[in-house]
Design a protein around this ligand. Structure first.
Ligand code: 5GP
Ligand code: ZN
Length: 113
């Protein structure tokens, strides 16, 4: 999608600090980290938010979760642990309308439930 921030990051039109990539998934450091380690994981295909996941495109979600162990290992989080967060829509505070999962680690704080 031409006017999507994360599509532009995936395309390299906006710089990012890459943590991991394969042909389906791109992961990069969040520009405003909310934990000592804060990584954003996105599918290369544009899906706006969790509301738009369908049987036709849901493999994007399993592609992300299959990549997460390698991302966590690369970030040194696999033993200490981490949270995986998705915000969907206004009340959740979603600010970028391209499906993404936050990986947050390096702290025991921030648990919301
Ligand atoms: P959301 O609030 O939609 O769940 O998450 C969007 C995330 O994208 C935020 O944590 C925000 O800091 C991050 N973000 C926004 N713009 C940029 C950017 O240009 N580069 C990077 N690396 N992260 C960004
Ligand atoms: Zn996009």
């Amino acid at each position: 999608m031409t006017d999507c921030l994360f599509c532009k990051i995936i395309a390299g039109e906006i710089p990012s600090t890459k943590v991991f990539e394969n042909d389906k998934v791109y992961a990069f450091r969040d520009i405003a980290p909310q934990a000592p380690t804060h990584i954003v994981v996105v599918p290369r295909t544009h899906i706006a938010c969790a509301n738009d996941i369908t049987p036709e495109n849901s493999k994007a979600v399993s592609d992300i979760f299959e990549a997460i162990p390698a991302i966590a290992k690369e970030a040194g989080l696999e033993k200490s642990g981490y949270r995986i967060v998705n915000n969907c829509g206004a009340d959740a505070g979603q600010t970028v309308m391209h499906l993404h999962f936050h990986i947050l680690g390096g702290t025991t704080g921030g648990k919301m439930y």
